[in-house]
Write a protein that binds this ligand. Sequence first.
Ligand code: ADP
Ligand code: MG
Length: 181
Amino acid sequence: MKELSLHILDIIQNSVNAGASIIEIEIEEEEKEDIFRFSVKDNGCGMSADFLRKVKDPFTTTRTTRKTGLGIPLLEAAAVQCGGRLDIVSEPGKGTAVTAVFQNSHIDRAPLGDMAQTMVTVISGSPEIDFLYTHIKNGQSFVFQTEDLRRVLQGVPLDTPEIIGWIEEAVREGLAEIQVK
Ligand SMILES: Nc1ncnc2c1ncn2[C@@H]1O[C@H](COP(=O)(O)OP(=O)(O)O)[C@@H](O)[C@H]1O
Ligand SMILES: [Mg+2]
């Protein structure tokens, strides 16, 4: 995939499909340690130990529309190619945490891509889910929480066009402030 944000979108979509009500996204870029890491944590249905063992196999999926699930195997391949790895911790009925680590400066590491667009896509698709997005770059952080916004909006749905436009701007500006390009 051309951009890591597309992998992140796919992993978030898995959490949505797992029936999560809270999804936490954390991205950390540390140039000194040469690490690029992201994780997606959810409180969805989780996976059994047996299923989790098979999930990195491209022929495992619970979706019926397409035979092969490729999201996780593709992300793992991308991470491993960049001197990193993919970790999945999951518990049935509790939730799942997927963490991908890349060597930041690796020649094959795809650029992050547009996280403001990614957040807008997932929030418009599931405005009832609470998303928490933390981005840390070289020790500086930006946090975006739908929970805070919901409190201020007093019942106005997050997928209202004006709100979506505002979210996109807020994420774009917040990331620019910590020098995320
Ligand atoms: N966060 C998650 N919670 C519960 N199950 C998950 C989660 N992520 C992935 N899975 C399971 O792993 C399977 C494979 O995921 P993936 O590789 O992204 O392929 P796909 O989404 O196309 O099925 C999913 O079909 C689902 O059964
Ligand atoms: Mg998927």
